[in-house]
Write a protein that binds this ligand. Structure first.
Ligand SMILES: Nc1ncnc2c1ncn2[C@@H]1O[C@H](COP(=O)(O)OP(=O)(O)OP(=O)(O)O)[C@@H](O)[C@H]1O
Ligand SMILES: CC(=O)C(=O)O
Ligand SMILES: [K+]
Ligand SMILES: [Mg+2]
Length: 577
């Protein structure tokens, strides 16, 4: 079997002049040095959006002027472009666009239209809803709002639904947002339900076998160590515990149990990964057409495969991607097969840090990030990235260092949890993630000092193998020739992810004909996804793209581009005519 492999150099490329493209390389970016003034960055964004279309008046409620980014605009131009990326490209040039993607958990602090819009303008690529909290009606409302904003304002925010999972957790504190437990206090953990108000210093637990399974002397660890108790007495359904480490108890916080210095796992092992409530939430997610479902406390590849066949049976059209949350000891034991079976993974450091010693979390994070890249699956680093910003407007130095490390590891995406769900400074937190990402990405490009990762082959067929080689070569050429962008024409998104996996120095413009593929690509490092109708004729695809993007001021004559496609399996190098 032979597949035609085209290696075309179109005429403008035969006399390549690098000077014009290299000038773009390190365009000064006034924001980059500023990681402690997130507010000014957000202001800058709104000015930027307004000024890039100078004839339009700035809108006061919307950060991007309405007429600048209306969906009719998008339709007329024949290409769906993310208005936030477009503004960023125009201002900073290709080389300085952000490569690391940002996920924001939506909660009471950010569920309003204005707040959601501010996050989208601030660079949110994916909105996460956590089914541990809130009602399905509440989540539906958030999904509808994000969709409406995408439609009206030309954003491309994808939606990720995160399942509750069936680990053991506390009840909801009778509506209180938090309760303080102090050292030396005696609290009761119980499986009883209360109709009347919850008695003082009483915590309900969702696991019926709780009182039976506990032993005097066991340690009860809340939310991975935010609060600790020691079991002192068992009385029927009640377990009396002494608080040994004071702290705030949050509604539905996770519980782990330690005996003789080790996590007790037997009882967790008996719980299903996907609970009855999770199945209903998954049905809801499929019906709402969410882009990603993140599965909490995955223990094996089997559950992912099972869910995939369930989704396929329920809806042939559905192409929801499954993200495996790595947050338990069991998931670490079966790491490779779980990631292989999934469409991506999340390093869920919150619960993970409750199950393994905290000092092991950094090396496990690096291992998961690297493994995901080898296996060509997007990976999200999550939890406590900017925890102090729930309360304070600036991050700690240690938090900035943690974010930097995740960017340096070249994770696909970073995630905000409480910072954006219920914190006081959601937009500032996002601005910090954005500016730290940009700064570290630029630093690594300038230094060229990052370790070159030898990537193993991932192809499962000869055809795939060709695609993979094309992407590896295109990346090498793009870096050596210092091109402005790689263009990829991809139906399924696969070739775009193979390019992303190589982490090239320039951004990747990914053209795909379906909206759902485009939104899914939003999670992947360095991809700028566009929706475009294209044919099998690369020459006409390129001409069409060039004229559409030139008309929008996103590229200009002379820009150096490498184009690859998964229809023709070709590589072309050219200057924009
Ligand atoms: N939809 C929501 N409604 C109310 N509060 C929420 C909502 N989503 C998140 N929160 C708040 O934000 C906090 C952090 O959110 P996050 O999604 O990280 O949840 P979590 O409960 O810590 O657990 P996990 O991420 O492990 O499921 C939560 O503890 C909760 O207080
Ligand atoms: C995100 C999540 O579930 C965790 O960190 O535990
Ligand atoms: K969850
Ligand atoms: Mg978790």
């Amino acid at each position: 079997m032979s597949t035609p492999l085209q290696f075309i150099s179109t005429s403008p490329a035969t006399n390549l002049t690098f000077s014009s493209s290299t000038k773009l390389l390190f365009a000064p970016h006034s924001n980059l040095g500023n990681i402690t003034l997130p507010l000014s960055l957000l202001k800058k964004t709104s000015i930027k959006a307004a000024s890039s279309s100078s004839s339009l008046p700035p809108s006061n409620s919307a950060l991007i002027p309405e007429s600048y980014c209306s969906s009719s605009d998008v339709a007329v131009s024949g290409i769906d472009v993310d208005t936030v990326t477009e503004a960023e490209l125009k201002e900073n040039g290709f080389r300085s666009t952000r490569r690391t993607k940002l996920v924001c958990t939506i909660g009471p602090a950010t569920c309003g239209f204005d707040e959601l819009e501010a996050l989208a303008v601030g660079g949110m690529n994916v909105a996460r809803i956590n089914m541990c909290h809130g009602t399905r009606e509440w989540h539906k409302c958030v999904i509808d709002r994000v969709r409406k904003l995408n439609e009206d304002k030309g954003f491309a925010v994808a939606i990720m639904m995160d399942t509750q999972g069936s680990e053991i957790h506390m009840g909801d504190l009778g509506g209180e947002s938090s309760v303080k437990a102090e050292d030396g206090e005696i609290w009761t953990f119980t499986v009883r339900n209360f109709d009347a108000p919850r008695p003082q210093r009483t915590i309900t637990v969702n696991y019926d076998g709780f009182a039976e399974d506990m032993r005097v002397g066991d340690e009860v660890v809340i939310d991975g160590g935010m609060v600790r108790f020691e079991v002192i007495e068992k009385i029927g359904p009640d377990v009396k515990c002494l608080c040994t480490d004071s702290g705030l108890l949050l509604p539905r916080a996770n519980l782990t149990f330690w005996r003789e210095g080790k996590v007790v796992r037997e009882r967790n092992a008996m719980l299903p990964t996907i609970s009855a409530k999770d199945w209903l939430d998954i049905d809801f997610g499929i019906a709402e057409g969410v882009d990603f479902i993140a599965i909490s406390f995955v223990k094996s590849a089997e559950v992912i495969n099972h869910l995939k066949s369930y989704i396929a049976a329920r809806s042939r059209e559905s192409d929801v991607a499954l993200i495996a949350k790595i947050e338990s000891i069991d998931s670490l034991k079966n790491l490779e097969e779980i990631i292989q079976a999934s469409d991506g993974a999340m390093v869920a450091r919150g619960d993970l840090g409750a199950q393994i010693p905290l000092e092991q979390v950094p090396s496990v994070q690096q291992k998961i990030v690297q493994l995901c890249r080898h296996l060509n699956k997007p990976v999200i680093v999550a939890s406590q990235l900017l925890e102090s910003m729930i309360e304070y407007p600036t991050p700690t130095r240690a938090e900035v260092a943690d974010v930097s490390e995740a960017v340096r590891q070249r994770a696909d995406a970073l995630m905000l949890s409480g910072e954006s769900a219920m914190g006081q400074y959601p937009e500032k937190s996002l601005a910090v993630l954005r500016s730290v990402s940009l700064r570290i990405e630029k630093w690594w490009r300038d230094e060229k000092s990052y370790e070159v990762m030898e990537l193993n082959g991932v192809a499962s067929s000869f055809y795939d193998c060709i695609s993979e080689e094309i992407c590896n070569c295109a990346t090498k050429m793009a870096n050596n020739l210092e091109v402005d962008a790689v263009f990829v024409y991809t139906k399924t998104g696969h070739m775009a992810s193979l390019l992303s996996r190589c982490r090239p120095d320039c951004p990747i413009f990914a053209f795909t004909s379906t909206t759902s593929v485009r939104r899914r690509l939003n999670l992947q490092w360095g991809l700028i996804p566009f929706r475009l109708n294209f044919s099998d004729d690369m020459e006409s695809n390129l001409n069409k793209t060039f004229s559409l993007l030139k008309a929008r001021g996103m590229i200009k004559t002379g820009d150096l581009v490498i184009a690859v496609s998964d229809m023709l399996q070709s590589i072309q190098v050219m200057n924009v005519p």
